[in-house]
Design a protein around this ligand. Structure first.
Ligand code: FES
Length: 108
């Protein structure tokens, strides 16, 4: 299983906001919403849109693809609305002091 790697300081991400990060050559969107941090593959499963360029909803529960508007659950990566039907991959996140760490989910 991969290790947790430091990706950003908590002060770098206001709530709500997101940023593009790279972990082991993989692009992820790191999300701060409703007091929690999440990390998803930065890939919309509809047609590869960059989720890091999309808006987070007012409740802090979903992020939308900027290309055709599909929404994904920030926690699980599940596709919530069309045109996406498949989940994007969610990764484990933890915070230690002011450091945000991410552990990649192994693809199946
Ligand atoms: S590429 Fe994301 S909704 Fe189409």
């Amino acid at each position: 299983m991969p290790d947790f790697v430091p990706v950003a300081k908590t002060s770098e991400l206001s709530d709500p906001s997101s940023m593009l990060i790279e972990v082991d050559d993989r692009l992820l969107v790191l999300i701060h919403a409703a007091g929690h941090f999440y990390a998803l593959d930065d890939i919309c499963t509809h047609d590869g849109g960059p989720l890091s360029d999309g808006p987070i909803d007012d409740k802090g529960t979903s992020i939308a693809c900027p290309r055709h508007g599909a929404k994904f659950d920030v926690k699980t990566g599940s596709a919530l609305t069309m045109p996406a039907t498949k989940a994007t991959i969610a990764h484990e996140v933890k915070v230690e002091d002011d450091q945000i760490l991410v552990r990649l989910t192994k693809e199946t």
